[in-house]
Design a binder for this molecule. Structure first.
Ligand code: FES
Length: 279
């Protein structure tokens, strides 16, 4: 009896397709990666500066400056949990290294979440590594190992960053509610430009979080029959709608969180005045 050889996944060649032409595109394919490069680099530069700009010492001797202007707290510095944290927004005084900005502890989860996001991966692989720069455009790399080895293997942690980001997103939602409350001799309804800045920030963050591919899998992954799981089907439908616009949520929430930090930073250091009313 003749033996039949069955091709398995491991038999597949690992070399990339040999395309001689520089690219096969007739449109301006480079615009998309160029915009990604500019916007993403601008965010990284601003975010790094903002995260390290914490060391102005208060009169009370606290080692960190938290960008807080009652009732607004910068999303880069939330949750507020270390020395010098204003009592109104204090989640507990954890003794952290004074030379290290508290923003760096806080940003580990959201940055890890964004860095491992399926959409951002596509965007920065194209814009920074040209791997490939765009569809049907030859890449400079001759070898391809995908995300099967360290460090890119760590991209698989995305789902766990998603779990952590739920907590951070919850805290930011709490901040946007308290941005409408002024506590001085009781509770007062407060409405200001910063209240809306933080509210929009929360909406964009949650639109981004809930449209995540991992969230889509969590809601209805491994289900064979939707009719037996109507609730999960409903969640999946909603998440899928958000997922359709995921890249838009990703960029809008990224840009807005930087703008929100900048706004509260400028209000808290007296550079600009927030227009508001206390009822
Ligand atoms: S895939 Fe983008 S946040 Fe999960």
């Amino acid at each position: 009896m003749a033996t039949q050889t069955v091709a398995t996944q491991t038999d597949r060649p690992t070399a990339r397709a040999a395309i001689k032409a520089r690219h096969l595109r007739t449109d301006r394919w480079w615009v998309d990666p160029l915009i990604t490069f500019i916007v993403f680099s601008a965010f990284v530069i601003y975010g790094t500066w903002a995260a390290f700009d914490h060391a102005t010492v208060y009169g009370n001797g606290a080692p960190h400056q938290w960008f807080y202007s009652k009732p607004y707290l910068s999303p880069f510095y939330s949750p507020c949990f270390a020395d010098g944290c204003p009592s109104d927004v204090n989640w507990g005084a954890v003794d952290i290294w004074h030379w290290l900005s508290p923003a760096l502890y806080i940003l580990i989860i959201p940055l890890g979440f964004r860095a491992t996001c399926y959409y951002y991966r596509r965007a920065y692989y194209r814009a920074y590594w040209f791997s490939p720069p765009a569809c049907a455009v030859a890449e400079p790399h001759t070898k391809y190992t995908g995300e099967t080895r360290f460090p890119l293997l760590a991209q698989n942690l995305h789902r766990y960053f998603w779990y952590g980001s739920l907590i951070v997103g919850g805290v930011l939602a709490y901040d946007s509610v308290t941005a409408f409350i002024y506590t001085d001799h009781g509770y007062h309804f407060f409405i200001g430009i910063g209240s809306f800045v933080l509210l929009i920030n929360t909406i964009l963050i949650w639109g981004y979080l809930l449209g995540c591919h991992s969230c889509r899998h969590i809601t209805a992954g491994r289900i064979n029959n939707f009719s037996k799981h109507p609730l999960r089907y409903r969640w999946w439908t909603l998440v899928s709608k958000l997922n359709h616009w995921h890249r838009h949520w990703a960029w809008a929430s990224l840009i807005w969180i930087a703008l929100a930090d900048l706004y509260i930073r400028l209000v808290s250091n007296g550079t600009i005045t927030d227009v508001h009313h206390i009822f």
